[in-house]
Design a protein around this ligand. Structure first.
Ligand code: SF4
Ligand code: SF4
Ligand code: SF4
Ligand code: FES
Length: 945
């Protein structure tokens, strides 16, 4: 069955007071501010409508929803008329029926009558309304002026705009404004000449449009329609699931015909996205059935050998035998594994269980190491929990948003749309980022302060903000006295008050005018509910953990923790990076962040798993690679992760992989790491399995199987096969049983089960006896650790310094259309927006080097060199250059260094001293990469065909 959410016509009112009125003789009570249309819908009465939909504010243009109201003249539009106490409304009279038929007749007279062959047949509100009002004939012919020969716009790769079918209801324009916040569409012209226009009649692809699809979703006709619906026809059933891209965790309906996805439709009741999405989740799912998917297991003796397709049994037995051989020869600790933030909680849990129980060591780590591990450390130290404090809905109550080192319009687009809406409603905005990101100034949104600090000076900046708050008497003394450890606060206050932490003193490092820092600090401390939203621009530094604690200090000092509209909110990168951390993927922790050396915790796992577990933390990813280069680490199982592209200092990573005797890669594509693998196990996409993901709000949501695994097994089943072959059988018949085990062993997950998630639609942990429905906002009456802990955060400049050889700082990030290493998005039409990574450089730095827009440049650091095209951009500040890392050929991580966060080893991706010069050729690394790819890939693909 196709899940079709009810459309109430206008948004719900959030006014508490209620109003009672009468509609068609029946009494109904609704919140004040509700429209008559919605009140009717609440009691099950459908009023015909075209321009109204409940995701948009009412507009009142189509005149189809007319009603009669006792004592009022005429026939007001029910969508724009608010309810009043005692009102008596009639929605169905012969007069109304006649008027509505007249309106519909006019619409239909300028509409192609091709319903039976139209791609929207069966899913068209115009068609439905014509039926609903009983339109049987159209008196006007097609001889007069009409729009029926208007040209289609097919520039967007994912949807088509056919103006011949447009009824100019403005739903698309309003969706772009109100829901997405891009303001890419307008209605050009007046009256009969009115036409929807993207930009200045640019066509969708060349306009400001970011292809979020909100307009397509809002369109009541086939005017804006997904190309896949045109090609495949209307879906037959839908499966609720969760986006497998970023940490916003949008809920979707996978709308299907058989096992074929027809379209992904954001789920209106999705708690993280409320019916919105971005271009990735809505449109970039074609990779799931891409022809380059590897669906047969493969093995080879040496990485220079051709791949050989084998049976699952042979591949699994070979991998297990190799791991056992290595352990026998080199010791128990010579093997390990990496879990994936793209896989489900249940799959991640199984990989770490297999490593701890079957390998018998704690050599498990996860890709979260390279992004948000400082979040875990910093927030656990200060608040007691390794996760963000709020739900996304909390943004509705924010008065001051402080964005630090995050670029939400590109990396967390659905959250960005909500934040932009809140700013348009009047909330204030401070952006701390080296680049002039979109949030600094975009349509109808402008930051009050942009503090464009030099990369690597975050801690100096946070201390300066704290200095102003402490020395200008802006601390919330009552909150601090009641909620925080007094001694630690005293130490912190004395520290930040030192003159060396003043905005004037740190200006030498940050290069941000002290007056701006002072003004921003005052706004944060005194502007009402203040919330910090941050990203990898905070964590991926040598002082990443220090900075997380610095932000926590600031929030506690101003009383901005523990209620709606405030908090410290990490914007998580990958879909399940929170879950991967929660599931015990780190070498020192079991599920729920409990240390492996804790006897009681370890005993509970030993009893449940029937093995003796190691009390010593195992190796982190960088330690595994170092040990491999040194010769003591020889075997690695990597599930759904591409360290050869994503981790820093590529040459060191590949040297480590090359030194190993057995690398097992499990993925849906032959990724870069697979170039160094001896066993390849085909992975399964999120559409092919059941399980859960946990988003940035700690929200656990289900993914439900929409099609069978292309390779025969879901990832959790493959891990079970491998574990069994290693001599440690696991016998789950469904991922829900794995979650039941997680809940039994993890106090913060005690109340979580698939049934419970289904019932509540999603659950935010902690979910236990104290919070049976989960915890949207944490630390309300007390911090999880008891009293909040202030930590002194001395600024220590990174060892990565600029100098005459490398005078610029490179910082890296993401772009909207692509996702991480690009393995998925590069295999979709998203490539139209970002076919290659480019180096953004300020005009001043470019001119000094004789570089023009589009030139090929060499980008060199002390560890490596790569080459790419230059893009001259005023978004940069002089001295700082920027690139993305979505394309393997760019090799952005060929130049990033081995420096990392002091507490967690999270790599310092955001600060690399580089030089840029004109070049006309590929770098040596790129040439080597091409040769390797040629040698290993070609054979592999051939073998798989
Ligand atoms: S796809 Fe999104 S950004 Fe583009 S016009 Fe439609 S609503 Fe606006
Ligand atoms: S494109 Fe669709 S939503 Fe936009 S005005 Fe035309 S009919 Fe309405
Ligand atoms: S915002 Fe993130 S979770 Fe939502 S659709 Fe886009 S990529 Fe998916
Ligand atoms: S639905 Fe009310 S005027 Fe269009």
């Amino acid at each position: 069955m196709l899940i079709k959410e009810k459309d109430f016509g206008t948004p719900a009112s959030n006014i508490e007071a209620t109003v009672t009125l009468e509609i068609d003789g029946e009494s109904v009570t609704v919140p004040a501010g509700t429209s008559v249309m919605r009140a009717a819908a609440e009691m099950g009465t459908k009023v015909p409508k075209l321009c109204a939909t409940d995701s948009l504010n009412s507009f009142g243009s189509c005149r189809l929803c007319l009603v009669e109201i006792e004592g009022r003249k005429g026939t007001p539009a029910s969508c724009t008329t608010p309810v009043e106490a005692g009102m008596k409304v009639r929605t169905q009279t012969s007069r109304l029926a006649k008027l509505r038929r007249g309106v519909m007749e006019l619409y239909i007279s300028d509409h192609p009558l091709d319903c039976l062959t139209c791609a929207a047949n069966g899913d068209c509100e115009l068609q439905d309304m014509a039926g609903e009002v009983g339109l049987r004939e159209v008196r006007y012919g097609y001889e007069g002026a009409n729009h029926l020969t208007s040209e289609k716009d097919t520039s967007n790769p994912y949807f088509t705009f056919d103006p011949a079918k447009c009824i100019v209801c403005s739903r698309c324009v309003r969706a772009c404004e109100e829901v997405q916040g891009t303001f890419a569409l307008t209605i050009d012209g007046r009256g009969f000449a009115s036409v929807v226009s993207a930009g200045q009649q640019d066509g969708f692809l060349d306009s400001e449009c970011v292809s979020c699809g909100a307009c397509v979703q809002a369109c009541p006709t086939a005017t804006l329609i997904e190309n896949t619906v045109i090609e495949s026809g209307q879906p037959e059933h839908s499966v609720l699931t969760t986006c497998a891209y970023c940490g916003v965790g949008c809920a979707f309906k996978a709308e299907m015909r058989g096992e074929e996805v027809v379209r992904m439709m954001p789920y209106k009741d999705g708690k993280a996205n409320h019916g919105h999405s971005c271009v990735k989740g809505r449109f970039a799912w074609g990779y799931a059935t891409h022809k380059e998917r590897i669906t047969k297991p493969m093995i080879r003796a040496k990485i220079t050998d051709p791949w050989k397709e084998v049976s699952w049994e042979e591949a699994i037995n070979h991998a297990a035998a190799e791991f056992k051989r290595i352990q026998k020869k080199y010791g128990n600790g010579a093997v390990g594994g990496i879990t994936s933030s793209r896989c489900t909680n249940e799959e991640t849990y199984l990989v770490q269980k297999m490593i701890r129980a079957a390998f018998g060591n704690n050599n498990v780590d996860t890709c979260a190491r390279v992004c948000h591990s400082p979040t875990g450390y910093g927030l656990k130290t200060t608040f007691g929990t390794s996760a963000g404090t709020q739900d996304f809905d909390s943004v509705e109550a924010v008065d001051v948003a402080l964005i630090i080192g995050a670029n939400p319009t590109d990396a967390h687009p659905v959250f960005a749309s909500r934040l932009k809406r809140r700013i348009r409603e009047g909330a204030r905005l401070i952006v701390i980022d080296p680049r002039r990101i979109d949030m600094v100034k975009t349509a109808h949104v402008e930051a009050d302060y942009h503090l464009p600090l030099m990369p690597g000076t975050n801690v100096a900046m946070i201390n300066a903000l704290a200095h102003v708050i402490v020395t200008e008497g802006l601390v919330d003394d009552k909150y601090v006295a009641e909620r925080c450890e007094p001694h630690d606060f005293q130490m912190w206050r004395d520290f930040v008050a030192l003159p060396e932490n003043s905005p004037e003193a740190v200006e030498q490092y940050t290069k941000v005018p002290a007056a701006d820092v002072r003004a921003a600090a005052r706004l944060y401390a005194t502007g009402g509910n203040a919330a910090i939203y941050y990203g990898l621009g905070v964590t991926e530094h040598s002082q990443g953990s220090t900075m997380v604690m610095g932000m926590a200090n600031l929030a506690m000092a101003t009383g901005n923790i523990g209620r709606n509209g405030v908090g410290v909110n990490p914007l998580r990168g990958q879909n399940n990076v929170q879950g991967a951390c929660d599931m015990g993927s780190f070498p020192h922790e079991f599920t729920g962040y409990r240390h492996v050396s804790d006897d009681a915790t370890r005993r509970s796992f030993e009893e449940a798993w029937g093995v003796t577990l190691d009390a010593e933390p195992g190796l982190r990813i960088p330690n595994m690679l170092d040990s491999a280069v040194e010769g003591s680490f020889k075997g690695l199982y990597v599930q759904g992760e591409d360290i050869a592209q994503s981790d820093p200092n590529t040459q060191h990573v590949t040297a480590g992989l090359e030194a190993m005797e057995c690398v097992v890669v499990q993925d849906i594509f032959l990724n870069e790491t697979a170039n160094y693998a001896h066993v390849f196990l085909p992975g399964s996409s999120f559409l092919e399995k059941d399980g859960t993901f946990t988003n940035a709000e700690r929200r656990i949501s289900l993914i439900n199987k929409a099609m069978r695994p292309m390779a025969g097994y879901a990832d959790w089943e493959v891990t079970m096969l491998l574990s069994k072959a290693l001599g440690y059988p696991m016998n789950y018949t469904h991922p829900s049983e794995i979650m039941d085990e997680i809940a039994r062993l993890t106090p913060t997950f005690k109340g979580v089960s698939f049934d419970r998630i289904r019932e509540l639609e999603s659950i935010q942990w902690p979910c236990n006896d104290a919070a049976p429905e989960g915890t949207p906002i944490m630390h309300i009456d007390r911090f999880v650790r008891g009293k909040g802990k202030f930590v002194v955060t001395a600024y220590v400049p990174t060892d990565e310094r600029t100098g005459p050889r490398f005078p610029l700082i490179l910082t890296t990030g993401r772009i909207l259309s692509q996702y991480n290493v690009g393995a998925q998005t590069r295999r979709t039409d998203n490539i139209a927006w970002h076919p290659e990574d480019v180096l953004e450089i300020h005009p001043f730095d470019a001119e000094n080097r004789g570089i023009r827009d589009g030139d090929v440049i060499a980008l060199t650091s002390r560890v490596g060199e790569t080459s790419l095209h230059a893009k001259i951009s005023e978004r940069m500040q002089p001295g700082v250059v920027y690139t993305t890392f979505h394309h393997a050929m760019t090799g952005a991580n060929v130049v990033t260094t081995e420096y990392s966060d002091w507490a967690t080893n999270c790599p310092e991706y955001k600060v690399t001293a580089v030089e840029v010069r004109l070049s006309n050729q590929k770098s040596e690394w790129q040439r080597g990469y091409e040769a390797l790819r040629e040698a290993t890939r070609k054979v592999g693909v051939t073998a798989a065909e």
